[in-house]
Design a protein around this ligand. Structure first.
Ligand SMILES: [Zn+2]
Length: 161
């Protein structure tokens, strides 16, 4: 195989390409939140695992997991080169994801993990998985809206999906 990159260099290049992909998926979800009027989120708060999105008031964190980096069962493909390196790295990612999810849940956070591939295939489902928990806050503690607004038909419609 004629390749201009050394193995290490190629891994580095691949990592950079895929790293950029993650920012794009994050943008996709941010656009969906805006489209469906889901507000109150912050990006990259300093919590375990540095969640992509955090809704501090309703204690919801959202991770968008890239199919490659987080070994999605449908699209995970181990690179042919540097197999040992990638296997170790990606397995560590998966183990870390589990640990982070557990720590956050133990501390009272709702943890939503969204696969990159679902974001384009089932955007509505992704949003509703998040809004379910954010909606709870609307109805329960009323952290986002005044009580009279939260119980109005318009607000209920927003919470319904
Ligand atoms: Zn996938």
């Amino acid at each position: 195989m004629s390749d201009v990159f050394s193995q290490a260099k190629r891994s580095e290049v691949m990592a950079r390409i895929r790293g950029r992909g993650n920012e794009e998926t994050e943008q996709v979800l941010a656009r969906l939140f805006r489209k469906y009027k889901i507000s109150g989120w912050r990006l990259h708060l300093d919590l375990p695992g540095r969640p992509d999105f955090t809704f501090p008031k309703s204690q919801v964190v959202v991770f968008v997991d890239g199919c490659f980096w987080h070994r999605c069962p449908l699209h995970s493909k181990m690179p042919r080169n540097n197999r040992g390196f990638w296997k170790k790295k990606l397995s560590a990612n998966v183990a870390r994801d589990k640990k982070v999810t557990r720590i956050l849940r133990d501390n009272g956070w709702h943890v939503v993990r969204i696969w990159e591939h679902d974001l384009s295939a089932k955007p509505f489902k992704c949003v509703s998985r998040v809004s379910r928990f954010v909606g709870e806050a609307h109805k329960g503690r009323g952290s986002f809206l005044p009580a009279d607004h939260a119980s109005s038909p318009a607000a209920q419609k927003t919470n319904a999906f």
